[in-house]
Every structure is written in C-alpha cells, then in structure tokens.
Write a new protein. Structure first.
Length: 375
C-alpha cells in the first residue's frame, strides 16, 4: 500500500480572476431564480418496459452509449441503450460466492465502457465484470470503510471518499485514491482541527437510526477535483499534478458550531458555482433528512444567492444541482416516474409532453439527463 500523499498548499495558484470566495453558512442570502435550460441542455429518454426490464432503483452511471441502473435490494443491474431506451442486458450476480456481490451499492463504468465496477459495501470490495456480467476480478478495500462514489482519477486509480462516523474509524482521511488493480489505498490528507462526523446516529429501543448527508464531498471543475472535508473551513481544489490550492472558504468555523453546518459544492459551471449547506440535526420521528439550503455563487456578478432552479419543461419543478457531475458531459441524471408524468402531462412542455402521451401507468421511468452547455 502506498503511503499517505502529502501535498503543498499552492496559495499562489488561486485564479486571479476570482479572489478567494467566502461563504457565510448562516447568512440569509437574497434569492436568485434560474431556468435550467438557460445553461444546460436537457435530454429525455423513456426506458423500455418489459417483463425482463422493470426498474425499481436508481441511475448509477451514464456512458456515451448506455445507461446503467440498479435495483439494489434485488441485486439487479440493468443496462439500457442511451439513444433508444431499449433494454440491452439484465445482470444479477448477487450471492455469497467469491465472484458475486451482496448489494450493488453503486456501479461505475470505465471510460472504454467495456467494464463495470460494482461497489459492494457490505463485503468491502469492488467486483469487476464485463457488460455481459462475466466476472473479471475483485478489488478489496479496507474492512468497515464507508466507500461511496467512485471517480476516474487516472488509468490506475479511483478517487473516492470514506465517510467518517463514530462507528467507522477505518481512516483518518476522508479522501483517498484506490488502485483499480489491487485495492491499495492512498490517503489524501487535508488540514483540519478536531475531526467532525457528518453522520447522526441515534440508538433507540427498536433499533439504530442514522442520517447522512446525501451530498458528494467531491466535485469537479475545469480539470480539478474539489474536495470538501466536513471538518475543515477551507474547500480545496486538487490538481492533476497532486497540488492543492484553496478554492473556497466557509464561515463561521465548523469547529465552533453546535450543531455544525457543512458546506458542499455541487455542479460547477463557468458562470455558476452551485452549493448546499447541510445542518447537522435530524428529527427521526418525521424523516431522516438534515435541513439544507441551496446556494449559488455567480462568478459574473461575484455575489452569493439562495438559488432556485426551474425546469422549463414543467409547470412547477425545481432541480437539485447539489450533486457532483457524473462526467465531463453529464451534470446530473434524474429518474422521472411515469405515472407522475401522465398525471401532469397537461402541465408539461416540448419533447417531454410528447413522451408522456405514450406512457402507461406501470411503465419504466423516463431518464432526464442535464448536460453542460458549451458557450
């Protein structure tokens, strides 16, 4: 296993066109409303519905030619043609064997789109298959680590995050590089004071309840990786050569707050930085979600706003841009329920309205892809 990566903070590398952005996570910023289609291209793909292809899960990856969805609890991985929505392959390798997985927590395509990496959290391993479901190899990682998203760092490594909780002491660093061959683990160390968990755990007579921010702590911008350590006040840009530079600062210090409020950047475009604050509190009697506020930094105006992003193809729908972009082309993907589209088709517009007229109530969802516009 490689040793921990030690980076030099390259303060001189800050973009001269922007002074270091400071975000007050307690401020009541003025509202700014945007229309998604003004800065994103939107693509809708109705998925074929057959007895073999029934979607009950989530979109896990989007390639140039295919869509990958998982029915996690059933262990199914479904591959669809991106241009037609036709079902291409159903894979289920769920089991206890050495070539199987317990749960396909998430699935990641390689750049060539001939291998898929299935992250099996309960087994602390990644199973690698071809697109026909044939086993190729196993990548083990640290037992007990809460490994979430996998991002292509280089030909030999994934960039990922290990969410810290009182029950997960597998690493002192949130971010790490994971070998795509043998699972060797290289920590990326960021400076912070006391380590703070973003996880809320409640023990009750009827079981253990937990709430975890749904945000990725990793985002991307112009070839850099943006790393948001929950325990730190500075968000860093990690460059391909391994250097770190400050990207954004939050205030007040997370080390002084009770409850803590975290700041996580999401989709980052040439004009807008979308972000979300997450307050570490949860009423488990109502739901397991922490309160959030959507923010945006307008690079042209050099101002911060509370953001609302409307989808012009709906009469009343707001989009969530607090996610990390899926890849260089696709900012985010959303699964739209067929029945909801049918019931609301009188309030739909354009291509989506036409698609809704051909849907049945029990049809598979329509996949919406929001893609970066090239200005």
């Amino acid at each position: 296993m490689l040793g921990a990566i030690l980076f030099i903070l390259m303060g001189c590398g800050v973009d001269k066109s922007d002074s270091l952005i400071t975000v007050d996570v307690t401020a009541n910023y003025p509202k700014k409303e945007l229309v998604l289609q003004d800065f994103m291209d939107v693509e809708y793909i109705p998925l074929e519905t057959t007895d073999e292809f029934v979607v009950k899960g989530k979109i896990t990856d989007v390639g140039k030619d295919i869509l990958v969805l998982t029915n996690v609890r059933q262990g199914k991985i479904l591959i669809f043609d991106r241009s037609t929505g036709k079902g291409l392959k159903k894979i289920n390798r769920r089991g206890q064997g050495p070539e199987e997985y317990i749960l396909p927590f998430n699935v990641h395509l390689n750049k060539e789109e001939d291998e898929m990496f299935v992250n099996d959290g309960p087994s602390s391993k990644i199973q690698v298959y071809d697109l026909d479901g044939n086993y190729k190899r196993t990548i083990p990682y640290k037992q007990g680590a809460l490994v979430t998203n996998l991002y292509d760092y280089d030909e030999n490594h994934f960039l990922s995050q290990n969410v810290y909780s009182p029950e997960n002491e597998s690493s002192s660093s949130t971010f790490f590089l994971l070998s795509t061959q043998d699972g060797s683990w290289t920590d990326i160390e960021l400076p912070y004071g006391k380590r703070i968990s973003p996880v809320i755990v409640k023990r009750a007579a009827d079981g253990i309840y937990a709430s975890v921010p749904g945000n990725s702590f990793i985002s991307s911008y112009q070839g850099d990786w943006i790393l948001s350590e929950p325990s730190a006040d500075t968000i860093y840009a990690h460059r391909p050569n391994g250097d770190l530079r400050p990207f954004m600062v939050r205030t007040p210090s997370v080390q002084t707050m009770t409850p803590e409020v975290f700041l996580f950047p999401g989709v980052l475009t040439d004009r807008y930085y979308f972000m979300q604050t997450v307050k570490k509190e949860c009423d488990f009697e109502k739901n397991d979600k922490m309160p959030t506020v959507d923010l945006i930094y307008d690079r042209q105006e050099k101002k911060i706003y509370h953001s609302i992003v409307h989808n012009a193809d709906f009469d009343n729908r707001e989009e969530d841009l607090s996610v990390c972009a899926l890849n260089e082309e696709v900012a985010f993907a959303v699964s739209l329920d067929a029945l909801s589209l049918i019931e609301g088709k009188g309030k739909l517009k354009g291509q989506l309205k036409e698609i809704a007229t051909h849907l049945g109530e029990e049809d598979n969802p329509v996949v919406m892809l929001a893609k970066m516009k090239n200005f």
